[in-house]
Each structure stands twice: as C-alpha cells, then as structure tokens.
Design a protein around this ligand. Structure first.
Ligand code: UDP
Length: 316
C-alpha cells in the first residue's frame, strides 16, 4: 500500500470457517488484520495459514468480555453457528451474541469506526413467508433449543440498531444464510460436511426427518465477497441485508447429489428431526443485488466439487 496508511481491521471469530476466509481476503487486499477468537470451536489450521501473512495478529480473547484496541473497522463474526456447537453451552452462546455485540459496539464508539454485525437467517426462525425478505419479522420459538442462537442474534441486531440511532455509530447488519466450502470443520455437524464425509467414508448419509425440509447453500467465496462489498458501502446503508444463495434444495436432493458426485456406495438413513428445525429457508436477495450488484456466481455442483476435493484431502 503506497502513500496511504494500511487499514487496521478487527475480525472477531476470525479463526472460524467464515472468519478465517474473511481475514485471508482482507490480508490479500493489503489490510492489517487483527483476529480475535476464543478458539472454542475454531480450527487451529485456519490460524496457522493466516499467521504466514505479515500484517496479521491473533488475540486469544472471548468477546463476551470487553476489549480495547485501536482499529479502523470491525467485523463481528464471533459466535458458534452450527446447531451442534451453539447448543452445547446455550448460556455462553447468548452471552457471545449479546455481550459481544455490546462490547464491540462500545469499541466502535471509542474508535469512531464502523462495525458490521454477522447476523443470520435464523432470525427468521421457522419462517412462514417464502422466500424471506428483510422486512419479514420471523417466527421464532423464544424458549426452544435454537433460541440461544436465534434470540441472541436478534438481540444483537437490536443493540446494533439502537447504538446507531442513539450513539450515531455506523453499522451494517448482514443476515447470512447457509454457507459451505473448503475449510469447514469435518466435525461441524452441518449437513454438507456430514453428508460429504459420510459419502466418502462409505457410511450411511443421515437425513434428519423426512428430508423434505429445504435449505439454500452459498459457496464461501461468494459470501465473503458479499460481506466485504456491504462493509464498503457508504454510511447511509445499514441493513439488515440477506446474504445467501436463493436456490433451495431438499435434504433428500442434497444427499442424492452428494452420493452421485462422490460415486459412493453409501445408503441414506433417516434419523429424528431435531426440535424446531426450520422447514423451509430461502433468501430473497433483491436488497443486496440492488445495493452492491452482488449475487452468487458459484453453482451448487461447482461448489460441492471443490468441497468434496477438500474433504478428500482431509480424510485420505
Ligand atoms: N441435516 C440432516 N442431516 C445431517 C445434518 C443436518 O438432514 O446430518 C438437516 C438439518 O436437520 C437441517 C438441514 O439439514 O434441516 C440443515 O442443517 P444444518 O445443521 O447444516 O444447518 P441449519 O439447520 O442451521 O440450517
């Protein structure tokens, strides 16, 4: 970077799947990146790769505790996002979202810098409106198994909005839908990592419930591109904005596709549907299209191909 000072960017949850991909992209673009992570579920391999960059710093810290740093921008991605992980310690999940948002908003206030909050499609709960637009308020069970994540993220959105209105903090709220790709943790418990690992190791693919529930899957590179584009919009843009792929598939279709693509002899078995598992989920991405001209460019087959290759190298 000649002439101008290097931007100092904080990425919380920077050692996670999305966080580490975001850190890499920002470092490649010439920024200085401080990654804050408590390493609760993040992969050490993600960090090892980032530590090769000159302008990368890692701080082992839990965002539910205050932090004081000098930064120019904050991406708040800190929180386990897989049901398996966020349900393991629900109180801590809530604290991570809510106290994390407060602590980072206070940091944004101190630095007079902008902050992007990674929210989630889970704020729509088990939606009754399809596809989901940002104006839909959602259908969430406030005391169910998923509430620690859904309500934590909803409350974090509220804190963002109130700090924006009351304290004039520049904010961006993104709602991330299901995302996959190389770098996912094999033990994550997400459907794509489970199915691919099961197919590659000849184990039965575990479809929960009747498998007719739908999700739409966004390839990680597409999503990271969208996140950075939203962060770089002017201050009149605050969101919330949906980020995801608008093509839904049933879990049965996904399982069959992965068996076919891996040339696997695995069979499909059905297991109990987890409580409050959303029946249908699909983003309306008109807002982000109009805002920054983004829509995902990676088709599911193409992204799955790369993800299957990645898991092959992890396994064999
Ligand atoms: N799922 C499944 N088999 C698995 C893991 C998940 O059928 O081994 C289903 C799950 O019940 C849900 C969908 O796949 O309907 C997506 O689950 P995931 O945990 O990946 O994400 P989320 O539920 O947060 O959308």
């Amino acid at each position: 970077m000649s002439g101008t000072a290097r931007k100092k960017i904080l990425v919380t949850g920077g050692a996670g799947f999305l966080g580490s991909n975001l850190c890499r992209k920002l470092l490649q673009a010439g920024s200085e990146v401080i990654c804050v992570d408590n390493l609760y579920i993040s992969r050490k391999e993600n960090l090892n790769e980032l530590q090769h960059f000159d302008h990368f710093e890692f701080i082992h810290h839990d965002v539910s505790e205050p932090i004081d740093l000098k930064v120019d921008e904050i991406y708040n991605l800190a929180c386990p996002a897989s049901p398996r992980h966020y349900q393991r310690d629900p109180i801590q999940t809530l604290k991570t979202s809510v106290l994390g948002a407060i602590n980072l908003l206070n940091l944004a206030k101190k630095n007079q810098c902008k902050i992007l909050q990674a929210s989630t499609s889970e704020v729509y709960g088990d939606p009754l409106v399809h596809p989901q637009t940002e104006s839909y308020w959602g259908h969430v069970n406030p005391i169910g198994k998923r509430a620690c994540y859904d309500e934590g993220k909803r409350c974090a959105e509220t804190f963002m909005m109130e700090y924006h209105l009351q304290e004039a903090i520049e904010i961006k709220i993104i709602r991330i839908f299901n995302t996959y790709g190389p770098g996912m943790d094999m033990q994550d418990g997400r459907v794509i990592s489970n199915f691919i690992v099961q197919a590659l190791t000849g184990k039965p693919l575990t479809v929960y419930g009747n498998g007719e529930q739908t999700r739409s899957f966004c390839y990680v590179d597409d999503l990271i591109d969208a996140i950075i584009r939203v962060m770089n919009t002017d201050k009149t843009i605050i969101g919330p904005v949906n980020l995801g792929n608008p093509n839904p598939y049933t879990m049965n279709e996904l399982a069959e596709k992965i068996i076919r693509m891996t040339d696997s002899k695995s069979v499909i078995v059905h297991e109990a549907l987890p409580p409050d598992d959303p029946t249908r989920r699909c983003p309306d991405i008109t807002t982000v299209k109009n805002m920054v001209g983004w829509s995902p460019t990676t088709a599911l087959e193409e992204g799955l191909e790369k993800t299957i290759d990645y898991f092959r190298t992890c396994l064999f």
